[in-house]
Write a protein of this length. Structure first.
Ligand code: ARG
Length: 571
């Protein structure tokens, strides 16, 4: 719904037909070429005519001049030629009224792209490794993944969120050995995942001195693989303890998964795929291991079976993809992981293609950059980890004390502090393009003044409070009376929401929404400071401004919720 661009493109295309026949300019082509000038004083929309010069065999300025004289549409108050550009100024009042009224009429559905009807998208995200710390490195997969799910849902897709838990592998042999030697049920129940991580760390320390522990661990894992009841019970318990912790974090973020089928779920689904790889003549033996050679595609071989016949991470992903296709018949299956796994995904995507599954094209890997804190890179091995729960707890506590300082009085301070504290971290994280490496600065994330989550949520609460003061029935529509610059600017930003949503989906980039939120907050706050709202000159103006406020509340609330942020009405 690129309202403004589409309106201009239609007028341009019609004019071009008269002016430049037999050459033509299609509406779609023009929509692609139209640009929003960086500075409003140059107009609201511009068509750079330079690229047209070859097809139309005229100088860019000549093209712009001819079009300026011929293009007519009541939506635009002026169409001018400046250099090689055709600049459009919209009729502010008519246009703004149309946008705000559209938002008010469509409400929560405003901006929803019509992309996904009847289609299913599977999203594989968060997916931590059981009994290992859930740390700041998982923030990316968790919030990018969930935002992408919300965005796709908004676009009408049926979405299946899968937490592909790392719940299988030799680490469980180690844990079982460690637990039997040094563990204590009550202590571990009480300590939850921290106690498990401690056991794991102790195992590694002791195995340094006594390498036979590793043999014991291998034997314990084999027993687990053979479905020994006692081992299975311990394994289930480890998963349950870990999930207990993950769920605390997920609850704060409002995340719920449709499936927690982790790696273990695919154990009995691998042989069929391995057979298929073999039948396709793809399997080679390399130093005892079975691999698929990918030299032709400039990649190292994809490992399918270890020397001892045990399966690997790619093997499980291949089986999982086939299972998901058969179960959900997805159009796309999206995997969100750190950029460190790019090669892994490229390799096994290629193997699926070579196996002859045509739907490999629907597999999408969405990578993201690293996170450091105060400049220090995080490493699980050296113990330099920041747990997500600690990060959230710290943010919530700080926000709580800032709110107290500011004398905030909300009905539910604790819930508000949680929404704002957690939201601050999410917003800060999603402010950058996902591939960028981020250095996390708590101070910056929590500031109420900068371009932060608290600032955005505060702006939302401001709109809510205005509407509450004005009363339920107010601000239901806009009349196209002359409007001030702040109003037109706010309407312009509101009109951009649909295309930002589409772009975010197309590029798998929730940060487009974060940046949109900042644009909208800036426009609304300028409007709020420059225009009298509750005390407007007359009833029509007051009603109009309240309608602008209501439309902002709707779009801002929707945008925040699309990036996993809660929207308290009072802060
Ligand atoms: N558990 C993995 C990790 O922590 C991420 C899993 C991603 N999903 C997948 N299907 N490979 O690195």
């Amino acid at each position: 719904m690129k309202t403004l661009k589409l309106t201009a493109a239609k007028a341009i295309s019609a004019a071009a037909e008269e002016l430049f026949a037999p050459a033509t300019l299609s509406v779609e082509e023009v929509v692609e070429m139209l640009e929003y000038p960086p500075d409003g004083s140059m107009g609201d929309l511009a068509l750079p005519c330079f690229k047209l010069s070859r097809t139309l065999r005229r100088a860019p300025a000549q093209i712009a001049e001819a079009l300026a004289a011929a293009v007519k549409d009541p939506a635009f108050s002026s169409v001018e030629c400046v250099g090689g550009y055709l600049n459009f100024k919209k009729d502010a009042a008519a246009f703004s009224a149309r946008i705000v009224n559209t938002v008010l009429a469509e409400g929560d559905r405003y901006g929803a792209p019509d992309l996904g009807k009847g289609k299913t998208v599977v999203l594989d995200y968060s997916s931590p490794n059981v009994a290992k710390p859930f740390h700041i490195g998982h923030l990316g997969t968790t919030v990018i993944g969930h935002s992408l799910k919300l965005l796709h849902e908004f676009a009408g897709y049926k979405c299946i969120g899968i937490n592909h838990l790392g719940d299988w592998g030799t680490q469980f042999g180690k844990l079982i050995v460690a637990y039997k030697k040094w563990g204590n049920r009550e202590e571990i129940e009480a300590g939850e995942i921290d106690a498990l991580v401690a056991l794991y760390v102790r195992f590694h320390a002791e195995a340094e001195a006594d390498p036979t522990l590793n043999d014991e661990a291998r034997a314990a894992f084999t027993k687990l693989e053979q479905h020994d009841e006692e081992s299975l019970a311990l394994w289930r318990w480890f998963i349950e303890l870990s999930l207990r912790e993950y769920n605390k974090t997920y609850r704060m973020l409002g995340i719920d998964f449709d499936s927690y089928n982790g790696e273990s779920f695919y154990t009995d689904k691998m042989p069929r795929q391995i057979e298929k790889i073999r039948e396709a003549g793809l399997l080679e033996i390399d130093d005892g291991a079975s691999v698929v050679n990918l030299e032709k595609w400039n990649m190292p071989p994809c490992l399918i079976l270890k020397r001892d016949g045990s399966t690997l991470y790619p093997t499980r992903d291949i089986a999982a993809a086939v299972y998901r296709k058969e179960t959900y018949d997805f159009e796309k299956c999206i995997y969100v992981t750190s950029a460190g796994q790019c090669l892994h995904f490229a390799q096994w995507f290629k193997v699926l293609e070579l196996m002859g599954y045509p739907w490999y094209e629907g597999l999408v890997h969405v990578p993201y950059g690293t996170v450091s804190i105060g400049g220090a890179k995080l490493a699980t091995r050296t113990g330099n980890v920041i747990l997500l729960k600690d990060l959230f707890a710290q943010a919530i506590e700080k926000v709580g004390s800032i709110m107290k300082e500011k004398g905030a009085e909300t009905a539910d301070n604790e819930a508000t502090a949680e929404a704002v504290g957690v939201g601050a971290i999410v917003f800060y994280y999603l402010s950058n393009n996902r591939m960028r490496d981020i250095n996390f600065l708590m101070e910056d994330a929590l500031s109420f003044d900068g371009n932060t989550g608290p600032y955005a949520q505060y702006t939302y609460a401001r709109a809510c409070s205005l509407l509450e003061k004005a009363g339920e029935g107010s601000g239901k529509s806009v009349a196209p009376i002359p409007m001030c610059a702040e109003e037109s600017e706010l309407a312009r930003v509101l009109s951009l929401f649909p295309e930002r949503v589409e772009a975010a989906i197309e590029e798998y980039e929730p940060s487009f929404i974060t940046r949109y939120i900042l644009d909208l907050c800036a426009a609304f706050n300028r409007f709020y400071h420059e225009c009298k709202i509750l005390s407007a000159e007359n009833a029509t103006e007051r009603e109009n401004r309240l309608a602008f406020t209501r439309a902002t509340k709707t779009v801002l609330g929707r945008a925040l919720s699309l990036i996993c942020m809660k929207t308290p009405e009072k802060i």
